[in-house]
Design a protein around this ligand. Structure first.
Ligand SMILES: NC(=O)c1ccc[n+]([C@@H]2O[C@H](COP(=O)([O-])OP(=O)(O)OC[C@H]3O[C@@H](n4cnc5c(N)ncnc54)[C@H](OP(=O)(O)O)[C@@H]3O)[C@@H](O)[C@H]2O)c1
Length: 276
């Protein structure tokens, strides 16, 4: 698969695999199947309670650990420095891993306002060898500016809600200007009505692709890294079969025109949303 190179040198495949709701033995077999289909980046989080399933799939896989990118996230309730360090260690114990390739702060939780401490913990965890690259999720420019001002360290990744109804134009511009790769969560709108959108269906048909593939290709052409989740092997396969076509500029513009300021799937605006 084609790759992105982060500012710190880490190479990431242009599409990763989302694992939210993939838990227990069922989760392990779905994640196993995704690795078999060719996914090499697995996105998990302490709050998904499936770092164990991800770790188990990694152990069972014949793909060497060094060829996989395992990414987890620090939850909102453990932003205090010492708790954050302990939680990253717990996260690794749960997955039976020695290190994460990526660790992100899951949400800024501005009400408590401890995300700068959490960031300092990630910076130190990277120095201790627990994490290769450090990033954030759901951070707005105001949060990112503070991290830089107070620690001097800019994240290499910002994972945000991004799909055709919410294309994150401003955040993408900010990220790009600061050398931050934007990752797209719920990249196909969590299988909402978006997949039945007539405009998207028409454009997808032009390229002989399904709507999911069209959307994922659009996200890659925006320079972002989508992490679709699917429990269905045929969809897992289809969702990475997007490197044999290019969406024309006019179609990119039409897809972008579906986006609106209130296009989030749920009311999860990071300026006030609180993750537990
Ligand atoms: N950082 C954050 O705050 C945050 C928030 C939300 C999500 N995430 C991450 O982002 C990942 C992806 O987001 P998501 O799971 O919310 O939603 P998503 O990937 O946009 O959508 C997943 C849904 O789409 C279906 N699907 C997958 N491919 C399809 C296709 N080609 N055609 C039709 N349906 C398809 C899946 O069904 P089947 O499984 O039945 O195939 C599943 O119901 C998560 O798993 C998680 O890792 C992060």
């Amino acid at each position: 698969m084609e790759t992105y190179t982060l500012r710190d040198g880490l190479k990431l495949p242009k599409v990763g695999f989302g694992t939210y709701k993939l838990n227990g033995a069922h989760g392990v077999s779905v994640i196993d199947s995704a690795i078999d289909q060719g996914y090499r980046l697995l996105d998990t989080a302490f709050n998904y309670e499936n770092e164990g399933a991800v770790g188990e799939a990694v152990q069972r896989s014949s793909v060497p650990r060094s060829e996989l990118i395992i990414s987890s996230k620090l939850p909102g309730r453990h932003h205090d420095y010492h708790e954050a360090i302990d939680t990253i260690q717990e996260s690794l114990y749960r997955a039976h891993l020695d290190y994460y390739d990526l660790c992100l702060i899951h949400w800024p939780n501005p009400k408590e306002d401890h995300y700068v401490e959490a960031w300092q913990a990630l910076i130190d965890a990277q120095k201790f060898g627990l994490i290769r690259s450090i990033g954030v999720s759901n951070f707005l420019p105001e949060h990112l500016d503070r991290l830089e001002k107070e620690t001097g360290v800019v994240p290499v990744i910002n994972q945000v809600e991004l799909h055709p109804y919410f294309n994150q134009e401003e955040q993408r511009k900010y990220d790009q200007d600061h050398g931050i790769l934007t990752q797209a969560w719920s990249p196909i709108g969590r299988a909402s009505e978006m997949l039945q959108n007539e405009t998207l269906k028409k454009i997808a048909a032009k390229y002989n692709k399904n709507v999911g593939q069209l959307i994922l290709r659009w996200e890659v052409q925006l320079g972002t890294l989508p992490i679709p989740k699917s429990s269905t092997p045929s969809r897992q396969k289809g969702n990475i079969d997007i490197f044999d076509f290019t969406i024309k500029d006019e179609d990119m513009a039409t897809i972008n025109s579906l986006s609106s300021k209130d296009g989030r799937l749920k009311d999860q605006d990071p300026s006030y949303y609180q993750e537990f």
